[in-house]
Design a binder for this molecule. Structure first.
Ligand code: NAD
Length: 274
């Protein structure tokens, strides 16, 4: 045993939802390297070696129920990495409500033991969620998956930004309740990251913040650069961290807040005020 073992995942079962590609696939690989037993759940085919594959459609509660029933033991780390872009049917269910339903099913089945950690992927698009808190709280207060989906569609808020703000607000509001059960919950907010999803929306996603990256001398991040912070938050090394939204965007957002990169300030000001 060394102190550094707190960063490892030996003896832990890590379930990566949305782990067939992109950041989730990188997180699954990293967890394997860090000693974990890894289960990957996705709607897409899962091709990685050394993981247990589980079919899941986060837009469909029956499918989530079946995936939970397929689990043959506890989940020590749940990584929520599934996501879709604006224009995809069921976005509100896939990006947020399905993740919430899965967490609730795992809790109800006693499959998230004390010491477990949940790491969700929100987005830089979810930053500024605090200014939208009353509406987000109204949303989060609707416990039923289908009622909540109907409500958010009815509000005209079944969009990417609101779904990512909901992830942030959910982490913030659930942290205390879960902590009392011995479970931590955190999220990362990635900036532009080179994945199949981002390439499919390249102009909006990979183009965002190009001026800042040029000034900073950095590229869009690689999936493994998001997997690292996500895994860290779920490691024993982060045992004091819960309810935290960690931004992994090469510093774009804080450069906008502080004014150290003035071109980002109007964008960030808009996000903080919306
Ligand atoms: N790539 C970026 O620039 C960027 C930036 C900020 C946040 N994000 C977020 O990061 C997360 C990971 O995305 P990525 O960029 O790695 O994309 P990706 O497409 O490579 O990975 C997303 C995964 O989600 C899965 N998925 C989609 N619909 C599903 C469903 N109904 N049920 C179960 N799984 C489903 C996909 O099959 C895929 O494996 C997403 O939540 C995304 O919104 C991405």
């Amino acid at each position: 045993m060394t102190l550094f073992d707190a960063f490892r995942f030996d003896g832990k079962r890590v379930l990566v939802v949305g782990g067939a590609s992109g950041m989730g696939a990188a997180a699954a690989q990293l967890a394997l390297d860090a000693g974990a037993e890894v289960l990957v759940a996705d709607i897409a085919p899962i091709t990685a070696d050394g993981v247990q594959a589980i079919a899941i459609d986060l837009a469909d509660t029956d499918s989530i129920d079946a995936a939970v029933e397929a689990l043959d033991g506890p989940v020590h780390v749940l990584l929520g990495a599934a996501g879709v872009a604006d224009g995809t049917a069921g976005l509100e269910r896939i990006n947020f409500l399905g993740h919430r339903y899965l967490i609730e099913r795992l809790l109800a089945a006693d499959l998230l033991p004390r010491g477990a950690a949940i790491g969700l992927i929100s987005s830089a698009a979810g930053l500024g969620w605090e200014s939208n808190l009353p509406l987000l709280q109204e949303y989060l207060a609707i416990p039923d998956f289908h009622d909540a989906a109907r409500w958010v569609v009815g509000q005209g808020k079944a969009d990417y930004m609101f779904s990512k703000q909901a992830v942030c607000a959910y982490v913030a509001t659930q942290a205390l309740t879960l902590r009392a059960r011995g479970i931590r919950i955190n999220a990362i907010c990635p900036g532009a990251t080179d994945t199949p999803l981002a390439r499919a929306n390249a102009e909006r996603w990979l183009g965002f913040g190009t001026d800042y990256r040029e000034a900073a001398g950095v590229e869009v991040s690689q999936p493994i650069e998001q997997a690292g912070p996500l895994l860290f938050l779920c490691s024993a090394a982060a045992s004091s961290i819960t309810g935290t939204i960690l931004t992994a965007d090469h510093g774009y957002f804080t450069a906008g807040v502080s004014g150290s990169f003035p071109a980002a300030t109007p964008v960030v000001t808009f996000m903080l005020g919306r």
